[in-house]
Design a protein around this ligand. Structure first.
Ligand code: 4AD
Ligand code: MG
Length: 475
């Protein structure tokens, strides 16, 4: 692997090595030539030098197209005076799989929009090599962060019958044929005490015996496990049928959801801040080449910003204070599209103002009005706000949504009734408040939003291997 060559160049210099990879460029200088290959093991390429005199199939290789798969064997020659620390003097080069001349990514700098139409090939570009290496390293760092702290990793279900966020943004999972659905009969309706209406779809005949959907969050399931293991986390795919065609929303995205028992909102924010800093430090350490490229070509302030975030304290402000800050900005002449007043759901423009212009660092906004937040958040003593904490970051806005959970059975039951939710769907959830309830908290980190933040990439479609967004589910 090319990564090994870089790691052990001193020892391997002068010895014979074999590499297998894909051609990035070929330069034919008549009597000798250069083939650059990458095998994906690291960001850096390997330069292979070939001589017409010693390489039998020189002309064949010199005519290979970009992205042909080859294996090359030769001597690793250290080149202390050249920009790259070594090159491979080829003894043999074998074409494993040629690349057709219409390979679509010939040009050095294709736009990200064009590359989205080449989902199968874009991982071979420098940009996507960097992004997806960082995505992988960040995922491993998150697991390590929680595992080092004794958290139990819980795999929560993807198919669910409860709507955690209560926003009605679920994708239905069904085996019912829409062209020929079973319907509730008049007799069934009459016998159901008003629960069923004749002529509506009879969900009891669906696969699970009731309506099921793809999960929007593993939180409710994670809470069950936190009440047994204390500290747990999930890390899995979640789905939202949000009709928002933005650069930050995907229909399928991954979420990290820790849940901690005997803990309050401050513990929750401390955990979130420590986790983000840990991941940044790990990516800085393991991906210097990738960050260097992204800093040069994608986001010029990336490296400095990550360092700043990893080494400074996040701001913490209540929703009420945040609204005051925004109102003062308006009084000073700052124009927002969406008018600011206490009670509004903060829009991206407001979030970005707070974190980019006012605090100039990641910012937790806490204690939102109960009306704009989910049913499970703990009601504060003022009776109108809840113990929520969203983490906003410059360039993106919200990357984490978290809260202390309502652990008091009576308050939770009242809230569920107020919202007109079907309490029978939440039987397990309510039960937890009967059998050894305790203060607990958790949060959800949108993994793609984190990867955008770590790479400086501005569109969520470019940090997901195969993005699913409104109107797009290719491949
Ligand atoms: O704020 P949200 O909706 O919170 C929850 O789902 C809670 N149940 C989490 C918890 O407390 N365990 O979503 C959490 C995060 C958001 O801050 C955002 O980063 C990300 O998930 N997110 C999305 N990312 C990409 N595309 C979407 N459509 C997203 N919706 C939410
Ligand atoms: Mg949220």
């Amino acid at each position: 692997k090319i990564a090994q060559l870089y790691a052990q160049a001193e020892e391997l210099g002068g010895s014979t090595v074999t590499v297998a990879g894909w051609i990035k460029s070929v330069r034919d200088m008549k009597n000798f030539g250069f083939v650059t290959v990458n095998d994906g093991s690291c960001f850096r390429d390997l330069q292979i030098v070939m001589n017409r005199e010693t390489l039998a199939n020189y002309d064949d290789i010199a005519h290979q197209n970009v992205s042909a798969a080859i294996t090359a064997t030769g001597t690793l020659k250290l080149t202390p005076d050249a920009p790259q620390p070594f090159e491979l003097t080829a003894e043999t080069i074998e074409v494993v799989g040629p690349s057709a001349p219409d390979y679509p990514l010939q040009k050095k700098r294709a736009t990200v929009e064009f590359l989205r139409t080449q989902q199968h090939l874009r991982p071979r570009t420098n940009l996507f090599r960097a992004v997806f290496r960082i995505r992988s390293v960040a995922a491993a760092a998150i697991h390590r962060f929680f595992q080092e702290r004794g958290f139990v990793y819980v795999n929560t279900p993807i198919i669910t019958t409860s709507d955690c966020e209560g926003a009605g943004e679920m994708f239905r999972v069904t085996t019912i044929d829409p062209a020929n659905p079973p319907l509730v009969s008049a007799e069934q309706a009459a016998a159901s005490d008003g629960a069923l209406t004749a002529g509506e779809v009879d969900w009891s005949q669906d696969f699970f015996g009731k309506p099921a959907s793809l999960t929007v969050s593993g939180q409710l399931n994670a809470e069950n496990f936190a009440m047994a293991f204390g500290d747990v986390y999930t890390f899995g795919p979640t789905f939202r049928a949000e009709n928002s065609n933005t650069t930050r929303h995907a229909a399928e995205f991954w979420m990290i959801e820790p849940e901690i028992a005997f803990a309050d909102l401050e513990d929750d924010m401390n955990l979130a801040e420590a986790m983000l800093k840990y991941v940044i430090r790990d990516v800085q350490e393991r991906c210097p080449d990738e960050l260097g490229m992204l800093n040069k070509f994608v986001d010029k302030g990336l490296i400095d910003r990550l360092e700043h975030v990893a080494s400074s304290d996040f701001a913490r402000v209540t929703y009420t204070e945040a609204v005051e800050i925004l109102e003062r900005a308006v009084a000073d002449g700052h124009a927002f599209d969406y008018p600011v007043s206490w009670g509004i759901d903060l829009q991206t423009e407001h979030e970005r103002y707070l974190t980019e212009q006012h605090f100039k660092r990641p910012t937790f906004v806490t204690d939102y009005p109960a009306e704009i937040k989910a049913f499970y958040m703990r009601l504060n003593d003022d009776g109108k706000t809840v113990a929520a904490a969203d983490c906003l970051v410059p360039g993106i806005g919200e990357i984490i949504g978290g809260s202390q959970r309502e652990e008091r059975l009576d308050v939770l039951e009242r809230r569920i009734a107020e919202l007109g939710m079907d309490a029978s769907q939440y039987r397990y959830y309510l039960d937890l408040r009967r059998y050894g309830t305790c203060p607990h908290a958790g949060f959800g980190l949108g993994f793609e939003r984190l990867v955008m933040y770590l790479t400086g990439v501005g569109n969520i479609r470019d940090v997901i291997p195969h993005p699913r967004t409104v109107g797009n589910a290719e491949f």
